[in-house]
Each structure stands twice: as structure tokens, then as C-alpha cells.
Design a protein around this ligand. Structure first.
Ligand SMILES: Nc1ncnc2c1ncn2[C@@H]1O[C@H](COP(=O)(O)OP(=O)(O)OP(=O)(O)O)[C@@H](O)[C@H]1O
Length: 235
């Protein structure tokens, strides 16, 4: 099954403040779209708006042709999930229990199971009985990404998943994104590291002041990464 998530003229508000001023973007299933931009331009708000976590929106988001709406759990049931920046694990539950909670939210016959998660993140497999709150930051990030994949979403949004991580963890996250894409998941990646974005992205969208101002295909980005870099530099 192919499909796409489509943002159509999306406006988002926190109270009286309009943060997004008409975001237009389409992300195909089985592809990775990188959302790039300076701090405060609206990347996180775009992801939160898709999950119904802002005060109000205008415009619409279509998920495989169906309008995304309702409370967050409903949107998650429709097939979209967000890995937020804050890396929240259930600190007092073991790694295994954290994974089981996520798996229980997926259809029973869903393809991606705990064994598949451990295959991508062997480090988690070595720590199944350890309390999640005692994992290192990088291990906790692996756990939240594994949990997001266990819900078996059609679309997965990752908000700065590699921020502050050591290179081995960055590499594990990169691999998990490749695996998710290979499984046909559509991915929206907010990422500060341009090298990582260039390593995995199929499309690149630059946000400025609550809008997407430039988009690049992978071929364009690889031909002229300096053009993207300039857009991400404070002048
Ligand atoms: N809960 C909130 N209430 C009011 N304004 C908010 C709220 N969250 C974010 N904003 C504002 O919305 C704007 C966009 O923030 P957002 O977090 O989406 O940017 P970003 O591009 O993800 O940047 P960063 O890389 O710093 O996270 C900022 O001006 C921010 O101050």
C-alpha cells in the first residue's frame, strides 16, 4: 500500500499567537523528509500540530487521503506517531516492559515486534530487565524510537532524535530510520545535524517563520549541500 501524509495550508496557534502560517508539505510512505531550519522557526510546532498538541489549527492534514483530526490517541490510531525531543521513558519499568506497553498498542499481527526492535537495537536486548530510568541518554533514545516503531505506525515523526548523542548512538538511530523507511513507513525528521539529514533524507524542507520557504530533492541537496547550509546559518 502506498500513500502519503499531506499538510495543506496548515496554520497553528498557541493562544493568540499564530506560529505556523500555511505549511504545505507532502511526505510519501517509505520516504524520509527532513525538516530543517533555525531555532524557533516552527519545526516542533509542525509535528505537534499533526498530533493535535497545539491550541488550534486551520488548514488540514491528510493521512493516506483521510483527514487527520481528533485527540492525540485517535491520531495515533490513524497511524501517526511522534518521538518528541524529551525522550520520556517509563523510568520505573524495565526495558522489556517499556517495549511491551508499546507493542500492546499495535494490532496483534503487526509485523514489527519486540524481536525486530532488539535486532535493530541489540544494546536494548542486553538490558531487557534493567529499569529504563537507569539507561544512558543514548540508550533511552533507542528505547523511545523502538517503542514508536512497535506501535507499527504508517508515519513516524522524529524531533531532533540525535541531539547530544555520541556517534555510536547517532549511527543506531540512522540505521533505525533506514529500517523504518524500508518497511514503508513515511518519516518526518527534524534534525540539526546536516550530515545525518543528508545521509538519510529523500527530501529536504527549510522552515522559516512558520512556513516552508525552500525544498530540495535528495539529488539537489547532494549536488549543493552548501545551499542548504547557508539557509541554516544565522547571518
Ligand atoms: N507552548 C507554546 N506556547 C507559545 N509559544 C510557543 C509554544 N511552543 C513554541 N512556541 C513558539 O513557537 C515558535 C516556534 O517554535 P518551535 O519549537 O516550533 O520551533 P523549532 O523550529 O522547532 O525550533 P527549536 O529548534 O528551537 O525547537 C517559537 O517562537 C516559540 O517561542
Amino acid at each position: 500500500m502506498t500513500g502519503a501524509i499531506t499538510f495543506e495550508n496548515l496554520h497553528a496557534f498557541y493562544g493568540q499567537s499564530e506560529i505556523l502560517h500555511g505549511v504545505n508539505m507532502q511526505v510519501e510512505a517509505g520516504s524520509v523528509a527532513c525538516l530543517l531550519g533555525l531555532n524557533g522557526m516552527g519545526k516542533t510546532t509542525t509535528l505537534r500540530a499533526a498530533m493535535g498538541l497545539v491550541d488550534r489549527t486551520e488548514g488540514r492534514i491528510l493521512l493516506d487521503g483521510k483527514e487527520l483530526g481528533g485527540p492525540t490517541f485517535r491520531r495515533s490510531q490513524m497511524g501517526i506517531t511522534l518521538v518528541p525531543e524529551d525522550r520520556k521513558v517509563f523510568a520505573n519499568l524495565s526495558v522489556r516492559e517499556n517495549l511491551e506497553v508499546a507493542r500492546a498498542m499495535a494490532p496483534r499481527d503487526a509485523a514489527f515486534d519486540i524481536a525486530a526492535a532488539v535486532e535493530i537495537f541489540p544494546r536494548l536486548g542486553e538490558r531487557m530487565e534493567q529499569k529504563a530510568g537507569t539507561l544512558s541518554g543514548g540508550e533511552q533514545q533507542m528505547l523511545v524510537v523502538a517503542r514508536a516503531m512497535l506501535v507499527n505506525p504508517r508515519y513516524m515523526m522524529l524531533d531532533e532524535p540525535t541531539e547530544g548523542l555520541a556517534p555510536t548512538y547517532v549511527e543506531a538511530i540512522r540505521q533505525s530510520i533506514e529500517v523504518a523507511r524500508g518497511r514503508g513507513i513515511g518519516i518526518i525528521l527534524v534534525e540539526q545535524s546536516l550530515p545525518l539529514a543528508l545521509a538519510v533524507g529523500d527530501h529536504f524542507h527549510i522552515m522559516e517563520n512558520g512556513q516552508i520557504v525552500r525544498s530540495f530533492t535528495r539529488a539537489e541537496a547532494l549536488a549543493e549541500p552548501a545551499a542548504i547550509e547557508r539557509l541554516l546559518t544565522v547571518s
